[in-house]
Design a protein around this ligand. Structure first.
Ligand code: ADP
Ligand code: MG
Length: 486
């Protein structure tokens, strides 16, 4: 928990706790929609991926897409959740121009997936468990287009009927950081499973964020729901703003009204959209066009058997097998291809921890600074591994390795070839280093005297040797010789 200070001036007693629960909409990866054969690809011409079912022509009947059900089950298993072998599709009724049927097919009382949990990795390397309340399948709506004509609104039904998984968390999150980390972890799991592409800019993953505040230990406060956030940064900003707004009201003696709010990214604020009184009455009832969904337990087990190694298991393996720090292991395991890249670099290396450091700090650090992706990098996993081999063998120091790495990025060349061509091989030859040390001792009697009093001054000599060898002297050998001679 990260408490927020109030303004009575007593920092000990005057703390507020933020309580957050997320309702995440994840678009199912499937070529066809939840109840029709229409295509789902992003960015198609408006209204080119609409079947008669999606347009709600009279007499059209929905037919469940087995692939979407399989994806929901796979996701439930990946969230360590209860799979309900019997679930029911309901109609959620409301009028909106982008909803031609006048209702959305969703799941209400009997969702396909029940309680589960997600382990959230926090930045300080700690982790927390966030409970999942449920996951249900539902249709997406179409899109109203307001900016093509000054007087009219157009409707694009390409998205209408696309399968969504709504994943609801319990109110277990306690700060904007935790909420951000939760969504990042959820996205990572969905991508590993191949059930949602997690592309937030394209709207494949978006969240409604419920926020309340309370004194630590007090019962839950009244919540407000902030609708439809499609970036982790906005989610964090919205939570921070909303918690502060609620605290201000409560400290002024007011009460929080349960309401739905919108986040304005331009101003970094939330504003009221509708109050509880104006909330929809959806008049849910079981869809008479669809039978209850019954799953074969053997099929569920087949799906379970086909699950990939997921981020938590991979993280644990990276800690156990390679000796990585938990935070580094979590960073590398968050993305499947990052993890594969690391393993390709670490393969055959004596010091996999060094490989982890290089992949995270040097490799991704450099790509991020350049705004590039792994696929753009001329340095492959094998080439990076080859560079680390030269450090391990003592041919080059870690310092020189960074210069070689720069050259590899520029030319796409091999580490060994670059070291050879530029004559960067580390000097481990004791004779050569001794000669330099002898000369330095002879030329600098004052520093020699100081170094004998204060061993720290010996560092000056190390610097001088490095300067004389253009950084190529083996630091271990230099220290050894200095110790002997001083
Ligand atoms: P509804 O069905 O009306 O949307 P739910 O009880 O299903 O309400 O809760 C929706 C979301 O709100 C869940 O993610 C839940 O964790 C969260 N939530 C419930 N109560 C609170 C609260 N007091 N503060 C913050 N979040 C809450
Ligand atoms: Mg809700």
């Amino acid at each position: 928990m990260t408490p927020i200070e109030g303004r009575t001036g007593d920092p000990e007693a005057d703390l507020w706790e933020t309580v957050i629960g997320l309702e995440v909409h994840a678009q199912v990866m499937s070529d066809a929609k939840l109840f029709s054969g229409a295509a789902t690809g992003f960015g198609a011409e408006p209204n080119t991926q609409v079947s008669l079912v999606d347009a709600a022509f009279p007499g059209m009947l929905p037919v469940i897409n087995r692939r979407c059900v399989e994806q929901a089950v796979r996701t439930g298993l990946g969230l360590n959740a209860q799979i309900n072998l019997r679930s029911v599709f309901d109609r959620k009724n409301y009028f909106y121009p982008d909803l031609p049927a006048g209702y959305q097919i969703s799941q209400y009382k009997d969702p396909i997936v029940g309680e589960g949990e997600v382990t959230v990795d926090l930045e300080n390397g700690e982790s927390r468990t966030v409970r999942i309340e449920r996951l249900h399948l539902e249709q997406d709506a179409g899109k109203s287009v307001h900016d093509m004509d000054p007087k009219r609104t157009f409707v694009d039904l390409n998205r209408a009927g696309v399968a969504l998984m709504e994943i609801v968390s319990k109110p277990d999150l306690r700060s904007a950081d935790e909420a951000g980390a939760y969504l990042a972890k959820l996205r990572s799991i969905l991508r590993y499973l191949g059930t949602c592409d997690g592309n937030m800019e394209q709207g494949s993953l978006r969240a409604d964020v419920n926020v309340s505040v309370r004194r630590p230990g007090a019962p839950l406060g009244t919540r407000c729901e902030i609708k439809n956030l499609n970036s982790i940064r906005f989610i964090r900003q919205a939570i921070e703003h909303e918690a502060r707004r609620q605290i201000d009201i409560l400290e002024d003696g007011g009460e929080i009204e349960q309401e739905t709010r919108l986040f304005d990214p331009g101003r970094g604020e939330t504003r009221a959209m509708r109050s509880k009184e104006e909330a929809h009455d959806y008049r849910y009832f079981p869809d008479p066009d669809l039978l209850p969904l019954e799953l074969d337990p053997d099929w569920v087990e087949e799906i379970r058997a086909g699950l990939p190694e997921l981020p938590d298991a991979k993280k644990a393996r990276f800690v156990g097998e390679y000796g990585l720090a938990p935070a580094d292991a979590a960073t590398l395991a968050a993305d499947r291809e990052d993890a594969d890249f690391f393993e390709a670099v670490a393969r055959g290396r004596k010091d996999p921890k060094l490989a982890g450091n290089w992949v995270i700090n040097e490799f991704y650090g450099r790509l991020n600074r350049a705004g590039q992706r792994r696929a753009d990098s001329p340095v492959t996993a094998e080439k990076l591994s080859g560079l680390l081999a030269l450090i391990e063998s003592g041919d080059i120091s870690g310092r020189i390795a960074k210069d070689v790495f720069d050259a590899m990025f520029e030319t796409g060349g091999d580490a060994a070839a670059i070291v050879e061509a530029k004559g960067l091989k580390q000097i481990s030859d004791t004779g050569a280093i001794e000669a330099i040390v002898d000369r330095l001792i002879a030329e600098n009697p004052k520093q020699v005297a100081q170094a004998r009093e204060q061993p720290k001054v010996a560092g000056w000599f190390v610097g001088q040797v490095m300067k004389a060898t253009k950084g190529q002297a083996n630091p271990a050998v230099v220290n050894e010789i200095l110790k002997k001679k001083l």
